[in-house]
Design a protein around this ligand. Structure first.
Ligand code: PMP
Length: 360
């Protein structure tokens, strides 16, 4: 078996231990004679799986008791609609635009109410995070929305925006569990799991209890009302059982690694290897402002499209896969999520050095 180093932005690399464990349990989960894919979501076996997953996530993130954890479907994109539907009481929201995912969420919210763009880094192709210390927050805003880590552009907030008392909603799809965050700074944290946690098909929402109400926009589908799933402990309908099971295994793996402080340290070490190389390279260049660099997604370019393509092809031949940048920005992007071993980043940097020597 030859596993590659997979730098995909998502779906992305998962811990090998988790995959092996899942393989071992595939035909007969803990003596029950069937796989997790085949068991009833109403069974005690599955109740144990989802309850343990939630408890482990709560422990890892230190989630306070007054926050609900919902395991949902529809991807992060479905929450682009659910958020305004559940939160727009005044039908006003403030969005900070730091990339395509924030922009898409903003466009969706515009279907439901008045949306103010209170900051944006579009002027410099999203290569930085705007100063969010004194924003023109709307007096009647129901919430302020951010995309915490920008998967495509490779930027991340390092400071919680000053929302002047308004509820902060954050899409943390591409940085969740990569380092600790203070959950209480947010009204809603949500993430599609297919980058740093598990297989595509699960989106997890961590929502302050008082924001989960029956007072939603008229016409909100039952399935998009957070209260529906909160009242049913995420089992209103059949949940993505197998995906939740894998997420649970990744949470246990993270606990074994030492939790989020340990992951932060490891992620900083991995990212530093790559950024330090980029900073001295005469061929490759990082594309974002240093102060706003993501620990998870590292975009870089040579400045020459053909050379970029050559790099991606030769890297692939070396077992370094999925390094092509997002189709809207070109160049390269290395996604180095929790499950990417340091050896993978070391191999990438060694290959970049060699490529630079050969293509100067
Ligand atoms: N938000 C961010 C930050 C993302 O990176 C992505 C996916 N690449 C999305 C939202 C959309 O996620 P989904 O495909 O689960 O709807």
């Amino acid at each position: 078996m030859a596993r590659v180093y997979n730098f995909s932005a998502g779906p992305a690399v998962l811990p090998e231990e988790v995959l092996k464990e899942a393989a071992d349990e595939m035909l007969d989960y803990r003596g029950c004679g069937m796989s997790v894919m085949e068991m009833s979501h109403r069974s005690q076996m599955f109740a144990d799986i989802i309850e343990t997953a939630e408890a482990d996530l709560r422990e890892l993130m230190n989630i306070p008791d007054n926050y609900k954890v919902l395991f949902l479907q529809g991807g992060a994109s479905q929450q682009f609609s659910a958020i305004p539907m559940n939160l727009m009481k005044n039908k006003v929201a403030d969005y900070i635009i730091t990339g395509q995912w924030a922009k898409k969420a903003c466009q969706e919210a515009q279907r439901y109410g008045k949306v103010n763009i209170i900051a944006s880094s579009e002027d410099k192709t999203y290569t930085y995070i705007p100063d969010c210390s004194d924003l023109p927050i709307s007096e009647d805003a129901d919430y302020v929305y951010v995309c915490w880590n920008n998967t495509i552009y490779g930027t991340k907030y390092n400071k919680v925006p000053n929302t002047k008392g308004k509820i902060l909603v954050a899409d943390m799809s591409s940085s969740i569990l990569s380092e600790p965050v203070n959950v209480e700074d947010f009204g809603v944290i949500y993430f599609g799991v297919q980058k740093n946690v598990g297989p595509a098909g699960v989106v997890i929402c961590i929502i302050r209890e008082d924001l989960i109400t029956d007072d939603v926009l008229p016409g909100t589908p039952t399935m998009l009302k957070w209260k529906t799933q909160a009242d049913a402990n995420s089992l209103y309908n059949t949940p993505p059982c197998y995906g939740i099971y894998i997420c649970g295994k990744v949470f246990q793996w993270l606990k074994k690694q030492g939790g989020l402080e340990a992951m932060k340290q490891r992620n900083e070490e991995k990212a530093k290897l790559l950024y330090d190389f980029l900073d001295q390279s005469e061929l490759f260049k990082g594309t974002v402002e240093k102060k706003d660099r993501s620990l998870m997604n590292v975009p870089f370019v040579t400045g020459d499209k053909d050379l970029d393509a050559k790099f991606v092809a030769e890297a692939k031949a070396e077992g370094l896969e999925n390094l092509k940048g997002h189709r809207t920005v070109g160049g390269m992007r290395a996604s180095i999520y929790n499950a990417m071993p340091k050896a993978g980043v070391e191999k990438l940097v060694a290959f970049m050095k060699k490529f630079e020597e050969e293509n100067k």
